[in-house]
Ligand binder design. Structure first.
Ligand code: PLP
Length: 379
């Protein structure tokens, strides 16, 4: 049975070019980058090339990019150390952030003398920017942690507007850019932030490697000790293979961004049109969305409770939301925050340039077996 992968917001497959790059590093550049001999220098050189490529892509300085194991690690470090060392007293965030932000913020609220404020969001997952402005203006020493693209709904937040609001009030802007990197151009000169982070496995790079950007005006100390790697910011021997693979994956994503986006847009339109024509009472969750993430709300029906399971045994992999929370019976925190009706079933289909129109057709045919079809589709 052919398997169809529609869970690219959870993770993506490695591209052949990325595998080639990584395999060359594995065989030829196995030195420890901290060693001063030839083998060490050649590994170190790869890391510095990757840093340069990522910095260039984001219009950042080379010295502002640091490698680490994941976006979860990066966001934990940034939030912990900003509270401890940048005099943060108020964290302003949204109820729609990834758990690596929300749970960390909740932990910090218990451990430190800080207040956490949640910006109102509407039923489409859109932020109330006036409420955000009010929160920023009425509190001092604020850190604003708001994501660029929501991983469950695909909603794109206006990071330019948030960046300007933060700059005007001397608030610290921290952005979870994980779902945007490689898909939406991020220019840190035009859209200043204090911190942001990315994760290679979301853009066809390897798992277990990520990076963060730390603006040179907002220096925080490391949480790991015992190694001078990453200019003392992240102790531990670098994942040279992963870092080189991540830089290659990002280079490919940037080089092919427009053609990938055009293909994904066609898939998105075909999926949304077919869903509304062929199936009954379908709603698309969220507004102002990126094309690759489509959260669909299905009406209650005897088989829709087991929809993900049924699609899986039909050969289709998709999920109900964040991979870290999959398997939970109830609606995710994101669906709860947008007041998605609990009797309906929300499923996220997340696409990539690797998907085809035929795969979308197969998905629609499979869905018709498990969820009510539109009256016109019976004919
Ligand atoms: N932030 C968002 C929006 C995500 O989608 C994810 C991954 O699911 C993360 C953070 C965590 O990334 P990582 O897998 O690198 O820890």
């Amino acid at each position: 049975m052919k398997r169809i992968y529609l869970d690219h917001a959870a993770t993506t497959p490695l591209l052949p070019e990325v595998i080639n790059t990584m395999s060359t590093v594995m065989t030829d550049h196995y030195g420890n980058p901290s060693s001063i001999h030839h083998h060490g220098r050649s590994a170190k050189n790869l890391i510095e090339q990757a840093r340069k490529a990522i910095a260039l892509e984001l219009s950042a300085s080379v010295g502002e990019i640091f490698f680490c194991s994941s976006a979860t690690e990066a966001h934990n470090m940034i939030l912990h150390q900003a509270v401890a060392h940048l005099a943060v007293k108020n964290i302003i965030t949204t109820p729609l952030e990834h758990h690596c932000i929300l749970h960390t913020v909740q932990h910090l609220e218990k451990q430190h003398n800080i207040n956490v404020h949640y910006v109102h969001v509407d039923q489409n997952g859109l932020i109330d920017y006036e409420h955000l402005q009010e929160l920023i203006s009425n509190n001092d020493h604020c850190l604003v942690s708001i994501m660029h693209v929501n991983n469950e709904l695909g909603v794109i937040n206006d990071i330019q507007r948030i960046s300007e609001m933060c700059a005007a009030t001397d608030s610290i802007f921290h952005c979870d850019t994980v779902q945007a990197i490689g898909k939406i151009k991020i220019d840190l000169e035009a859209t200043p932030m204090a911190f942001m982070a990315g994760s290679a496995h979301k853009f066809n790079g390897p798992k277990g490697v990520g990076f963060f950007y730390m603006n040179s005006d907002f220096i925080i100390p490391p949480i790991f000790h015992g190694g001078a790697q990453e200019r003392n910011m992240r102790a531990g021997t670098e994942n040279v293979i992963g870092i080189a693979g991540m830089a290659k994956a990002l280079e490919l994503a940037e080089a092919h961004r427009d053609e990938r986006a055009a293909h994904i847009q066609q898939l998105n339109e075909h999926l949304i049109n077919s869903l509304s024509q062929e199936l009954d009472d379908i709603k698309i969750n969220g507004a102002q969305r990126i094309d690759n993430i489509i959260s669909v709300s299905f009406p209650p029906s005897p088989k829709s409770d087991l929809l993900i399971f049924n699609l899986d045994i039909s050969g289709i992999s998709c999920s109900s939301g964040s991979a870290c929370s999959s398997g939970i019976e109830n609606d995710s925190h994101v669906m709860q925050a947008i007041q998605h009706p609990t009797e309906r079933k929300a499923i996220r289909f997340s696409l990539s340039h690797l998907n085809t129109m035929d795969e979308i057709d197969y998905l629609i045919e499979s869905l018709k077996k498990f969820t009510p079809v539109a009256n016109s589709a019976h004919a």
